[in-house]
Design a protein around this ligand. Sequence first.
Ligand code: ZN
Length: 68
Amino acid sequence: MTAPTIAKSPTPPTASAPVEISRHVTGEGTVLWLRCTCGRLRMVSTPDSPLGTPLVAGGSTPGCPDCP
Ligand SMILES: [Zn+2]
């Protein structure tokens, strides 16, 4: 008579996006430190000026979809 209860497991935290470690606002823009899903540390510098080009440093891991 009693329907079987199906335990609803909570959605596991997805590791499908780089994690922000720290953020620094400088005179030229914002510097972000990210931990990629592959474990690599990456620095992303985003200038305040819309004419500026975001700078990414830290290299990339072959096969990692999140590395630039
Ligand atoms: Zn990566």
